[in-house]
Design a protein around this ligand. Structure first.
Ligand SMILES: Nc1ncnc2c1ncn2[C@@H]1O[C@H](COP(=O)(O)OP(=O)(O)OP(=O)(O)O)[C@@H](O)[C@H]1O
Length: 721
């Protein structure tokens, strides 16, 4: 079954009234509902391009209509175990967020709140009709991809790390490591969660949209329908993509430009993926951006609806044309109409359990028939109404019934799954395919037996890999000895699983280990020592001989222990000593410290003449308010450091935004940039490299000598202490 692409043309906005409307809709001879979008050829206005989609909605379409016709029919399939993906695509300011999220009034609510409302309604009905024998559990995750980094929208922005959440490949799909999953029992609860999370989403005003989404937002709704021992799980993904931007029109400033470049790059990669899929290329460049890595690897194994948002006016002409062309290619992608296998609560080992992190999905692939028919598609199949202008042949494609032979094709490394039982097409259900019989399962080896002329090297490798995986899977199923013993503890079982994966060569243990290391570092940077220790311990499974890791774990344990003891000691002290007693001695230390600083600066000032970049002078106490110029010795030499330099380096090496941002001339943004510069290139190592000299600090991207001078000078400010 193909991706269902529907177009929605938004109304003119107040500032567009009186402007030239160039996008129109039309119906073809067979249906009343418009299915065609018309737009003039920018090079020859007397000629129209015509694009055909499953449905087309003009400015009069209501939120209710879009939901009832395009989204509501997917709900029952979701409850039958099919994954559903609904995404809005279009250039900035065309109505994606309006369509997906919508407004606050009942009538203005968008696809997402309505979808949740429909899901809860159906869930209640199922539970009631089954007299509570069937239960439905709904869990939510919500994240954004901002500047190619993944951030959990259920977490407050202060908790974000610079690098964002890491991605991990898990079989055929990419998962976000460490994403919050929130059980959500009612629509009310959802509304609260969703509203709160949307505050965390990155939006800004641009010239083209007063509340422009600067990120791609992905809401995952996981459904687990349990009847007796059987659990049927499926996921609905509702995605509000950020809009592509022509920066000649946005007049974006520097920061918006960086976001815009990232948005455009990911959308360009999405377009390249779609192009590669429809060209049947062996390599689909989904790894070139996080958004495509997450999306193209999987959300499409089931039902997919793309809502193409368009603006009607001329100022969007080229953007609209480009979106229409993209949508035209997208609708040719076939996705497999396969439901998720139910699992059993007490399933034997070897049967995959379904959870957020291990549901297997598949990359988008074109059907052979689609490419085979590509040339036929170049000519419009649906005659236009009389009087309509003949469309440009190359831009019109028919959406009419095509069928897929892929429904029953087994997924690599997985037992064959049932294809959709929903086969009879009906106008009320746009997702039913044309065949009325359930498709037969096909042996995974059948593909192998047929000679395939002109087969590429990549295809051969792919077949070999599939064969090896099948054999390994078959072998694993034949080996009762590896079934778990009932008394095996969870921890032992986990370790056995990891070991088994490594022996089978099915998992790159190093990659997973590095992910744990990276997370450990992120926790350590945030000062969350206990979580860091847990992550390091998990990483240890992958690097059992790494002595450094042992030392790190040991040190962290000691640190946590010390902290605990310190805490206890402080508690006791607090009970015994008045806090005010501390103040005078603290002040005295500060004064002593200042004196030391001046003495050090005076000594090092003697070496200044040879330093081309920095000049320092011995100063008297009266000159304190002027920034201190630094000697080359101080800049580069780890041994010659004043207490203040040491203090500065210590602060920087905490990699703690809250501390670094307090330095003079730094602020939150620069602090983040400094930490990012410190973390760059460390992903593959298991050691944090400290900055050991001011010169090194000054060489970090975005810092420079002036900033170093300022930061160091600012240490006189008592606020730092
Ligand atoms: N169908 C519609 N009816 C009424 N107003 C609409 C409609 N579609 C969009 N709008 C209005 O147009 C403006 C831009 O819409 P929206 O913010 O949804 O665009 P967007 O595509 O999400 O933009 P960006 O990619 O920049 O986030 C908003 O003020 C929105 O209310």
């Amino acid at each position: 079954m193909g991706i269902r692409v529907v177009a929605r043309i938004r109304p003119q906005q107040s500032h567009e009234l009186g402007k030239d409307v160039i996008v129109s809709t039309a119906s073809n001879a067979e249906s009343e509902q418009p299915t065609l979008v018309k737009i003039p050829n920018p090079k020859n206005e007397s000629e129209d391009f015509t694009f055909q989609f499953s449905s087309v909605y003009d400015h009069t379409a209501t939120q209710q209509q879009i939901f009832d016709n395009e989204v509501s029919p997917t709900i029952k399939h979701l409850f039958n175990g099919f994954d559903v993906t609904i995404f809005a695509y279009g250039s900035t300011g065309t109505g994606k967020t309006h369509t997906m999220r919508g407004g606050k009034t009942l009538a203005e609510r968008g696809v997402i709140p309505r979808l949740l409302s429909g899901i809860y309604r159906r869930a209640r009905k199922i539970v009631k009709d089954s007299e509570r024998e069937t239960t439905v559990e709904i869990t939510l995750s919500y994240y954004e991809i901002y500047n190619d980094k993944v951030f959990d929208l259920f977490e407050a922005p202060e908790k974000r790390t610079l690098a964002g959440l890491p991605l991990r490949d898990n079989g055929c799909k990419t998962v976000v490591v460490g994403l919050t999953e929130r059980p959500c029992e009612s629509l009310k609860e959802f509304e609260n969660l969703y509203d709160q999370a949307n505050i965390n989403r990155s939006t800004s005003a641009t010239k083209l949209n007063a509340a422009s989404s600067r990120s791609h937002a992905i809401l995952g709704i996981r459904l687990a329908v349990t009847t007796g021992d059987e659990v049927r799980t499926s996921i609905a993904s509702a995605i509000d993509l950020a809009g592509s931007e022509d920066n000649r029109r946005t007049q974006n400033g520097k920061e918006r430009m960086v976001e815009s470049a990232s948005i455009n790059k990911s959308l360009f990669t999405l377009a390249k993926c779609v192009e590669a899929i429809s060209q049947k290329d062996a390599r689909i460049p989904y790894r070139e951006s996080k958004m495509t890595r997450i999306l193209s690897l999987g959300q499409n194994n089931g039902l997919t609806v793309m809502i193409l948002n368009l603006a009607p006016v001329r100022s969007f002409h080229l953007d609209t044309l480009s979106s229409l062309n993209f949508a035209n290619r997208t609708k040719r992608i076939e996705v497999r109409e396969i439901e998720n296998e139910p699992v059993f609560k007490q399933c034997p080992r070897g049967v995959p359990t379904v959870s957020g992190s291990n549901i297997r999905r598949q990359p988008l692939r074109p059907l052979a028939s689609i490419v085979h028919n590509a040339s036929a598609m170049h000519a419009p199949k649906n005659p236009l109404k009389q009087g309509d202008k003949q469309a440009k042949a190359f831009s019109v494609y028919s959406d009419r019934a095509r069928h897929s032979n892929m429904g029953s094709r087994p997924i690599r490394g997985e037992p064959p799954r049932r294809s959709s039982p929903l086969k009879r097409p009906s106008p009320a259900d746009p997702f039913m395919s044309s065949s009325s019989r359930p498709q037969k399962r096909r042996s995974p080896y059948r593909l192998m037996s047929r000679p395939q002329p002109g087969i590429s090297k990549e295809a051969i490798e792919d077949i070999i890999e599939r064969k090896v995986t099948d054999i390994l899977a078959a072998r694993a199923l034949d080996q009762p000895s590896i079934a778990p013993q009932p008394e095996t503890s969870e921890e032992v079982q986990r370790r056995l699983d990891l070991l088994e994966k490594r022996i089978d060569g099915q998992d790159d243990g190093r990659e997973q280990g590095l992910t744990f290391l990276l997370m450990a570092k992120q926790h350590a940077v945030r000062g969350e020592d206990a979580s860091a220790l847990r992550m390091y311990s998990l990483a240890k499974d992958f690097f059992p001989d790494n002595k450094k890791l042992d030392v790190k774990i040991e040190k962290l344990r000691e640190k946590i222990q010390e902290k605990k003891e310190e805490g206890r000691r402080k508690e006791v002290e607090l009970q015994l000593v008045k806090p005010l007693v501390i103040e005078p001695s603290k002040k005295k230390n500060r004064a002593e410290q200042d004196d030391d600083d001046y003495r050090d600066e005076a000594v090092h000032g003697q070496n200044c003449e040879s330093d081309g970049g920095f000049h320092c002078k011995a100063r008297t106490k009266k000159q304190r308010s002027r920034p201190v110029r630094l000697s080359s010795a101080e800049l580069g030499n780890e041994d010659v450091q004043t207490p203040r330099t040491k203090q500065l380096l210590e602060i920087v090496n905490t990699r703690d935004v809250s501390q670094i941002r307090l330095l003079k001339g730094v602020g939150a943004k620069k602090a983040e940039a400094i930490i990012e510069a410190l973390c760059t290139g460390e992903e593959d190592e298991d050691e944090l490299r400290p900055v050991t000299s001011l010169r090194q600090l000054g060489q970090l991207r975005g810092v420079g000598t002036k900033t170093v001078e300022n930061m160091r000078f600012g240490l006189q400010n008592p606020a730092i202490e």
